[in-house]
Design a protein around this ligand. Sequence first.
Ligand code: SF4
Ligand code: SF4
Length: 203
Amino acid sequence: MQLTNRKKVVVKKEMSLVEQLYLPAIANGMTITFRHLFKKPATVRYPEVKREISGTYRGQHVLKRDENGAERCTACGLCAVACPAEAITMDAAERRKGDEHLYREEKYAAVYEINMLRCIFCGLCEEACPKEAIFLTDRIVPVSGNRKDMVYGKDKLVEDVNHPIDLSERQTPEVVEFKKDKTKYHNQTWKDRGNLLNENKHH
Ligand code: SF4
Ligand code: SF4
């Protein structure tokens, strides 16, 4: 019984004498191979040679410090909620007296981890962060044969206090300008807040 009319009749045509010799097909293949010998290769000898990457390439994250060297992250968890890959986990802790130089807010991330094997480098954590604490950088995440090495903790994520990572090239001029506006609460440092309070008192 015929169910559809999509049946195709395959013609098993006899090969001609030339086709049976395979020589024209081999010559054709060799011509293509030789042509490629004189073309610029499409590949590079990585890792000796590295291709230039886009300035906005989304690579390894950084947890930023403010201009006083304190960690900006307040462990609000918004980045973890925004992450579609559920790659971010954290434990919040309350800042103790005397630790103001270490953490900008009263609450901070005692543990902050990103599983780089889960991360799809979408940048949504960066967009969700109200404290301008997490950014994706142009750094390429190194590979590892050990899965545990790919869970990055604060030791790998928080920037070195002496070598801050300049992200200004990766921001649009409008965003850079917006971040200078100290009247916006999340752009303020403790020093700014003190200054603004004093200014308000005098008015
Ligand atoms: S870049 Fe995307 S996937 Fe990676 S941690 Fe951020 S939100 Fe999650
Ligand atoms: S990185 Fe930003 S969004 Fe994530 S917990 Fe810290 S302050 Fe909140």
